[in-house]
Design a binder for this molecule. Structure first.
Ligand code: PLP
Length: 354
């Protein structure tokens, strides 16, 4: 068996999670659709013992991140399992810009007295380090959704903290090809595999990757007890999607860089927010909500849709989502896909035209 350390991530993405190399064995992990297994081995029931198909996804992702991956039914299933590790009365430190359901999860627990939440500005590294000192959970999304702010991950992941504290990076927007927080000292990396990892807008899946096997064991235990298990088809599709993740991301990032530059020159665009990597570009349309909504209604190739990270480009006005009042009203979040960048630019130009 070739080890992860012997090959580049692009090669690992193609070769990992294929199962045993024996004559006549399929090259792709089978879609093992079984809850029940013949007794007498380590695997008896899938909620307790996983299925080979989930394990293929975990092997692939774990290798890319440099840790042990545990798959969940969705990104939020993964996030909830991490929050569930916290003791009652815990201190949670959360970025001021993050995916709204993660904010909602943190707020709901705080309302019930399970933990207290402190919000920190993504770029305020000194505050993160200070707050981490007595935190139980530091949860940071970088680049953040949807303002695409970038944190000093190296400094925050290395911040002194208590032995039981968890520093968790939601790396959904970056993918392990752009950043590997475990190498910087994070305890856990979380992914909504629904986005870039799957890459085709056809599945819901999540994962947490741990630098410590004991923590992965705890998370697997949470999955067994709470039951947020992945679907077999979803894990199979995610493995297939991840085979081309490096190629998709390379193409989409080049197009995003190009479009960000062109958008910055457009008279109908007020601000472009692009961190210089990844394939999401947020930009504010002059005039606020109504003109931005008109752009969403006018695009013909880009799809007006909420999810991102697929081969197809998508766009949404994020302040239109209930509760997102802190966002600029005209902010559009564009997830750049794999279409030709000139076609995407022509589509944006015609949609932005007065
Ligand atoms: N984290 C980020 C950054 C996201 O964008 C999302 C979903 O949009 C999630 C977490 C939640 O993932 P899921 O929708 O797979 O539950």
């Amino acid at each position: 068996m070739v080890q992860r350390s012997e090959v580049n991530p692009e090669t690992w993405a193609v070769m990992a999670g294929r199962g045993a190399e024996s004559a006549g064995a399929p090259l792709n992990v089978p879609l093992v659709s079984a809850s029940n297994f013949q007794l007498g081995s380590e695997r008896s029931y899938s909620r307790d013992d996983a299925t080979p198909t989930w394990e293929a996804f975990e092997e692939l992702l774990g290798g890319l991140e440099g840790g042990e991956a545990v798959a969940f039914a969705s990104g939020m299933g993964a996030a909830a399992a991490v929050f569930d590790l916290l003791p009652v009365g815990a201190k949670v430190v959360l970025g001021d810009d993050c995916y709204q359901a993660v904010s909602g999860l943190a707020a709901a627990g705080a309302e019930r007295g399970r933990w207290r939440v402190e919000r920190v500005r993504i770029e305020d590294t000194a505050r993160w380090i200070e707050s981490a000192a007595d935190a139980d959970l530091v949860w940071l999304e970088s680049p953040s959704n949807p303002l695409l702010r970038v944190a000093d991950l190296a400094a925050i992941c290395a911040a002194p903290r208590s032995a039981d504290a968890l520093v968790v990076i939601d790396s959904t927007f970056a993918t392990p090809l752009v950043q590997r927080p475990l190498e910087l000292g994070a305890d856990l990396v979380m992914h909504s595999a629904t986005k870039y990892l799957g890459g085709h807008s056809d599945l819901l899946l999540g994962a947490v990757v741990s630098s410590a096997p004991e923590r992965a064991h705890q998370l697997r235990e949470r999955r067994t007890l709470a039951g947020a298990t992945p679907g077999v088809l979803e894990a199979f599709l995610a493995v297939r999607g991840m085979r081309t993740l490096p190629l998709r991301l390379q193409r989409a990032t080049a197009s995003a860089t190009d479009l960000a530059e062109r958008l910055a020159q457009h008279s109908a665009v007020e601000v472009v927010r692009y961190p210089g990597f990844g394939a999401v570009v947020s930009f504010d349309v002059q005039g606020g909500a109504a003109p931005a909504d008109a752009v969403c209604d006018s695009v013909r190739i880009i799809r007006h849709a909420t999810c991102l990270g697929g081969v197809e480009s998508t766009m949404e006005r994020r302040a239109g989502i209930p509760g997102q009042t802190h966002l600029p009203p005209g902010l559009l979040r564009l997830s750049v896909g794999c279409e030709h960048p000139d076609d995407l630019w022509r589509d944006l130009q015609q949609a932005l035209a007065p």
